[in-house]
Design a protein around this ligand. Structure first.
Ligand code: B4P
Length: 311
């Protein structure tokens, strides 16, 4: 059912990464991690000053000139890690701040705005299965829409090997309310969970260890319905959101802005892994608080309308 990762995937990633950095085909920027502690949760900021020099890359997915250059059609052979099933190719991120950051791009020329398919979800699940390098698990993330932090218009899901010991706020939620087999009360795990101390709107569902197509798709759709509802309640019709996933959970966060006071946020940010492109920006996030930044680019936690979702 799930597509097969290329044989010996973890070592293919390590070798291709090493060679691409050495040849200059991959630009790796050093970064420094800071942990911000809040009441009930922690967040992290990676400060990568070299990224501040990087020109603002491609136009927005639906922006003028979005057709210009597509780095994923075809991807640079020096960065390719192999195929994943019939529909996807795995490729290293050309501008990484975390070693072995890779992407899963569609083989066909498909838009980042196109709906997520079961093939995309199967590929995502398959790519989460093998730990890479010294990491013990991987975070998948997806930026959808012009307010989500996305800059490339070709459909791509990103994969970030997490440093050992990284705890993300959805981990806490799922530790308290682990996956439950479907029941009459909740046939497809459709009632999303929230972290009580997180100030911005978010929807989380725990995942089973060996999900079926239906379990993956229904969870994705359950979160998507809440996300659309939140956007509608806030009179926002852009349909921008971030979706992120580990082997344990899936989360969706509706978005209203790409950045706040110059601080850009993508799918890593909404799970608590923020990016600062200068020491000044790190100080700014510390002063504003991560929760404030994330509420400004997302929405404040909304009213509970769960009754609407009983099928
Ligand atoms: P998008 O979905 O379009 O946007 P993004 O991840 O927010 O990256 P962006 O390009 O806006 O860069 P930013 O300075 O914010 O993703 C496009 C992806 O394709 C990116 O990963 C990009 O690097 C990659 N890409 C572009 N051209 C490519 C090519 N020719 N071949 C292969 N890949 C190509 O952020 C810079 C980088 O830091 C991004 O990779 C971003 O994902 C990552 N990042 C941001 N926050 C992070 C965090 N907290 N921890 C670790 N990494 C983080």
């Amino acid at each position: 059912m799930f597509p097969q990762l290329p044989a010996d995937f973890a070592s293919v990633v390590e070798t291709t990464f090493k060679n691409a950095v050495a040849s200059g085909d991959l630009i790796f920027s050093e970064s420094e991690r800071s942990v911000l502690k809040y009441d009930g949760y922690t967040m992290e900021v990676r400060m990568a000053p070299a990224l501040g020099q990087k020109p603002k890359s491609a136009p927005k997915p639906d922006g003028e000139g979005a057709k210009k250059f597509n780095p994923f059609f075809p991807p640079d052979p020096k960065l390719v890690l192999g195929g994943l099933g019939d529909k996807h190719t795995l490729v290293l991120n050309k501008f990484a701040i975390v070693p072995h950051h890779f992407l899963c791009v569609t083989k066909a020329e498909e838009s980042q705005e196109a709906p997520i398919t079961i093939e995309d979800l199967r590929a995502t699940w398959a790519a989460l299965q093998e730990p890479i390098g010294t990491s013990d698990r991987t975070l998948a993330f997806f930026n959808k829409g012009k307010n989500s932090g996305a800059s490339q218009a070709h459909k791509h899901i990103q994969f970030l090997p997490l440093d050992k010991g990284t705890e993300l706020f959805p981990d806490k939620v799922v530790a308290r309310t682990p996956y439950e087999a479907p029941s009459e009360r909740d046939p497809v795990g459709q009632r999303p969970l929230k972290h009580s101390a997180i100030p911005f709107e978010h929807f989380i569902l725990p995942l089973p260890t060996d999900p079926s197509d239906e379990e993956l798709m229904m969870r994705f759709w359950a979160l998507y319905h809440r996300t659309l509802q939140a956007l509608k309640q806030n009179d926002n019709w852009e349909k921008s959101f971030n979706w992120a996933m580990t082997k344990e959970w899936v989360i969706m966060v509706p978005r209203r802005a790409d950045e706040f006071e110059g601080i850009s946020v993508n799918g890593t940010g909404v799970v608590g892994l923020l990016l600062a492109k200068s020491a000044a920006q790190l100080a700014q996030i510390t002063e504003l608080t991560a929760g404030r930044v994330l509420t400004e680019v997302g929405f404040p936690v909304g009213p509970n309308t769960e009754a609407h979702y009983d099928y």
